[in-house]
Write a protein that binds this ligand. Structure first.
Ligand code: NAI
Ligand code: 15L
Length: 274
């Protein structure tokens, strides 16, 4: 596949979409933006719901690849997750198939495997203690379940239609880590852009699942499949550790909200407010 140039960015109004709108053009991409919400300063953005199959068909026409971020990004009643994340992702894949788009980068989440126990003990963890991408799926929420569905959909579209996907199980991609858990799962926005660029340009990815994080000293999972795409993370959350641990304390193995990859999503997930 030739290196993609025109890329549809769904969910472009959101937190990660906003960061990627800033960072990805540096890699030479021309972004076509889509979201159900208007985007300030972006009059050409496509305002469409993932339920609108006609609008999706037009939105994907002529793009070289898609970065699919749109959807509900927290826990919500199953009916809402079904509509936005499950049917919505299916609608996008169908539109992409019909229009011959060959590569999708899918924003999966650590919450697809959120009920996986985190490595215990002192960081940095040995390579054999890190959670591999082929660990059994253990969603921690309906939200995580929808990401698990998205990964399976991506596999099906590769096996059936030869459409390639990199499913990125993103940890926490925000400007800075704000919790002790995030010291392990943080992905700096700059590393996020590096990883998306690698996922868009690597050859012959078929359906590849990767974890999305920086090279954190306290990393919980294995970045081998991400590095195999050519991803070279440059950031580490460790400079934030002293302050966050002083404020919040170390993770407590007896606390259920500290015991799994998904953190507090396993016990008190944040709820989608809309
Ligand atoms: P966000 O909630 O800030 O952005 C999601 C965007 O999707 C919003 O702008 C929203 O308007 C749009 N959207 C929701 N439903 C839609 C629909 N039916 N049709 C069209 N647009 C719709 O979330 P954020 O943080 O930017 O995350 C982006 C993606 O990455 C999400 O899929 C999320 O699940 C995933 N992710 C993000 C992580 C992070 O650390 N930010 C971690 C793991 C996964
Ligand atoms: C996610 O999947 C959410 O979309 C994001 O808002 C964060 O909560 C992140 O996971 C996390 O696990 O920190």
């Amino acid at each position: 596949m030739p290196a993609p140039r025109t890329v549809l960015l769904t969910g472009a109004a959101g937190g990660l979409g906003t960061l990627m709108r800033e960072l990805l053009p540096e890699y030479g991409y021309e972004l076509r933006l889509l979201d159900v919400r208007p985007i300030e300063g972006e009059p050409d953005a496509i305002i469409a719901d993932l339920a609108d199959t006609g609008a999706l068909r037009e939105a994907v026409r002529g793009v070289d690849a898609i970065i699919h971020l749109a959807g509900i990004s927290l826990e919500a009643p199953f009916e809402k997750i079904l509509k936005a994340n499950i049917e919505g992702t299916y609608n996008l894949y169908e539109a992409a198939r019909e229009e011959g788009v060959e590569r999708i980068v899918f924003a999966s989440s650590n919450h697809a495997v959120g009920f996986t126990p985190r490595p215990q003990g002192d960081a940095p963890f040995d390579a054999d203690a890190l959670i591999p991408v082929d660990t059994p799926r253990r969603p921690d929420t309906f939200y995580g379940l929808s990401k698990s569905f998205g990964e399976d959909l991506a596999q099906l579209y590769w096996d059936l239609h030869g459409m390639e996907t990199v499913s990125v199980r993103i940890g926490s991609c925000f400007r800075e880590p704000t919790s002790v858990r995030m010291l392990s799962v943080w992905m700096s926005p700059e590393d996020g852009a590096r990883l998306f660029h690698a996922a868009l340009t690597a050859e012959d990815v078929k359906h590849t699942v990767v974890y999305g994080s920086s090279a954190n000293t306290r990393l919980w999972w294995d970045l081998t499949t991400a590095r195999a795409l050519g991803y070279e993370p440059r950031d580490d959350s460790e400079p934030y550790a002293e302050k966050l641990i002083a404020e919040q304390g170390e993770l407590d193995p007896e606390n259920v909200a500290h015991a799994y990859l998904g953190g507090h999503f396993v016990s008190e997930p944040p709820i989608w407010p809309y």
